[in-house]
Design a binder for this molecule. Structure first.
Ligand code: GUN
Length: 291
């Protein structure tokens, strides 16, 4: 029997993928051509290679075209910028992402801000961040958008609820705080970070707790209110003796927190698949604008 306490991100993402695949098929039937997503990856970071491979697989599974531009870890900033310039101007590409993090010698801000806002399906450029802040149509960043969609499709009421967000990163904590507090979503949001005092007191007030700090199993049961909804954004590799050499855990001590939560996302199979499907959603949006 399905455990309805677990928010099954993979299942929700699979449903959305079917909806996207139907739209892609419609575009192909009309002769408009399939949406095309490109990814730029610089270097050989294991986790980044895994994420990019998943994004490629997901693209193909809905009938989209996917290409990957692989640059060496020693590539110069100029080479990365040239690649982006090429993709900005290539009419075959509807949208692209530059996988983060990049090697230390490359200025990430400069690189990200050189992406054309029309193709910025990660929603990382100033243009799209500004539109998000104003509540105007734009490419919303994939992880926050995926979390909101997941809450909606799991019938979790957000309006008027106290959402505590742990973490203030540019790609998750900060944008999700903005998106949750917007008119129409209407949550009351607290943002906590490494300098927050009495963290547990605040997290225990959360009706919905969103955890995106990148610390394995950081959130323990005594930090969570009985009946809270817990969204775990963490993907942490823990080395072990398995064939792969590691396993994945979230930022939440799942086994213990599960007992207290009314609903909880697993890792893997929670937020991760929602991020990927949101990227597909944005790519479809980009392709529709192009037509
Ligand atoms: N690194 C971790 N998450 C992301 C993401 O959503 N987009 C990109 N480009 N890089 C990431």
């Amino acid at each position: 029997m399905a455990d309805n306490k677990i928010i099954d991100g993979k299942l929700i993402a699979d449903t959305i993928k079917k909806e996207i695949a139907a739209e892609v098929a419609g575009m192909i039937d009309k002769g408009e051509g399939a949406p095309h997503l490109a990814a730029v990856i610089v270097g050989e970071d294991g986790a980044s290679l895994t994420y990019v491979a998943s994004k490629e697989r997901a693209c193909r599974s809905v009938g989209m075209i996917s290409s990957v531009y692989r640059l060496s870890a020693k590539a110069s900033e100029e080479e990365v910028l040239n690649t982006i310039n090429f993709l900005n101007n290539d009419p075959e590409i509807d949208g692209f992402i530059v996988q983060l993090p990049m090697p230390k010698h490359i200025n990430e801000t400069k690189v990200i801000q050189s992406i054309s806002p029309d193709k910025d399906v990660d929603g990382f450029t100033l243009h799209n961040i500004g539109l998000m802040q104003l509540g105007e149509p734009c490419f919303l960043p994939a992880t926050p958008f995926g979390i909101l969609e997941m809450l909606k499709r799991s019938n979790v009421e957000v309006a008027g609820k106290h959402v505590v967000v742990l973490g203030r990163s540019n790609i998750v904590g900060t944008p999700i705080s903005v998106m949750l507090s917007r008119k129409g979503v209407d949550a009351t949001v607290s943002i906590c970070h490494s300098r927050t005092k009495n963290l547990e007191e605040i997290t225990r007030q959360a009706d919905i707790l969103v955890v995106a700090i990148g610390k394995p199993e950081f959130v323990k049961a005594d930090m969570v209110k009985e009946g809270a909804v817990v969204i775990d954004v963490g993907i942490n590799r823990i080395e072990d003796n398995s064939e792969k050499g590691y396993h994945i855990v979230g930022d939440v001590d799942y086994k213990e927190v599960y007992k207290k939560a009314s609903m909880i996302t697993p890792v893997p199979g929670g937020v991760g698949p929602m991020t990927i499907v949101s990227l597909l959603h944005n790519t479809l949006l980009a392709a529709k604008k192009r037509k």
